[in-house]
Design a protein around this ligand. Structure first.
Ligand SMILES: Cc1ncc(C[n+]2csc(CCOP(=O)(O)OP(=O)(O)O)c2C)c(N)n1
Ligand code: SF4
Length: 290
């Protein structure tokens, strides 16, 4: 019998070269032609290829909405869950499999309305994951209701007088709540968006990437964003006061990284999953399994 340690098996030492398309599934997106979400998908696949993260090392979690369809279009482990609960699911995944690159995707309705409470506490915990919010200031999938980021005077058939309620400021709220990477990108500026996503994924801690992603069907006027957006005009800072100042003064068309800091990440090393407790759980499951 041969000694397996001496077998002459060639060892693959080169990292496979992954192309952006290697992160795409065979499902063609059912988004409306021209929807900003197409460009987000493209920028994300480019960022992952740039970072050379193997497909099986990625967990992509979403809630419900047009934007939340993203996992179906990607060739990575994905979970398309329930409305507003993507961050909670992602937190569980990160606790169980800390070595994975955990990505979370959704819309402004999913993340800031029904998922608003989870959003606050995800920022506060600062777990190592990247939250990609495709913000079109509307509920696209359910045909155009106002969302938390909709301007108070936006009129539609569903809100003929507008909501009259001030829009939510997700980046400012994330800063106050404890997120350690806060950025804004624009779907129509895919190169800059790829750069932002690459840095967000590399960052250790909770990264919020707010992407202005036009809903061409229910808010066709958003096509005009193209003229107003300022590409990467923000200087990154780790000073909360400077970031707060920028965010308070921003008209929503500035892009770039507003804040990036090295803050304590949950769970810290002392709170890392205890292998003994998982053995105990396995034993317990064996006892109760019929
Ligand atoms: C518990 C629950 N409430 C409401 C809905 C209906 N619903 C589905 S998607 C959605 C909003 C999606 O909007 P957004 O997250 O902004 O994403 P978009 O479609 O604009 O990309 C709502 C309210 C639901 N699926 N589940
Ligand atoms: S309804 Fe709006 S958000 Fe949904 S796919 Fe169409 S353009 Fe995109």
């Amino acid at each position: 019998m041969s000694d397996s340690s001496t077998l002459d098996i060639p060892v693959q030492v080169t990292t496979p070269i992954l192309k952006p398309n290697d992160y795409l599934s065979n499902n063609h997106p059912v988004w409306c032609p021209g929807c900003g979400h197409f460009f987000v998908l493209r920028a994300l696949t480019k960022a992952l290829a740039w970072l050379k993260i193997p497909n099986e090392q990625i967990g992509l979690i979403s809630g419900i909405g047009c934007s939340s369809r993203l996992p179906a279009y990607m060739n990575v482990y994905g979970f398309h869950g329930v409305h507003g609960r993507a961050l909670a699911m992602a937190a569980g995944l990160k606790m169980a499999r800390p070595e994975l690159t955990v990505l979370v995707a959704g819309g402004d309705g999913d993340g800031y309305s029904i998922g608003g409470n989870h959003f606050l506490h995800a920022c506060r915990r600062n777990m190592d994951m990247t939250y990609i919010v495709m913000d079109n200031e509307v509920y696209g999938m359910t045909k155009g209701q106002p969302s938390p980021t909709t301007a108070p005077d936006w009129h539609s058939k569903l809100a003929p007088l507008g909501t009259g309620i001030n829009a939510f400021n997700p980046l400012g709220i994330a800063l106050a709540a404890g997120a350690s990477f806060i950025a804004r990108g624009y779907a129509g500026d895919p190169n800059a968006l790829t750069q932002i996503l690459t840095q967000a994924i590399q960052h250790k801690g909770f990264s919020l990437v707010e992407i202005k992603s036009p809903c061409v069907t229910f808010r066709p006027e958003q096509k005009a964003w193209q003229k107003s957006m300022r590409s990467m005009n923000v200087e990154p800072t780790d000073d909360k006061q400077i970031a707060a100042h920028h965010l308070a003064g921003s008209d929503g068309f500035d892009t770039g990284i507003f804040y990036q800091a090295d803050l304590a990440v949950y769970p810290g090393d002392s709170l890392a999953p205890n292998p003994e407790s998982s053995t105990a759980l396995t034993k317990l499951l064996a006892e109760v399994t019929l």
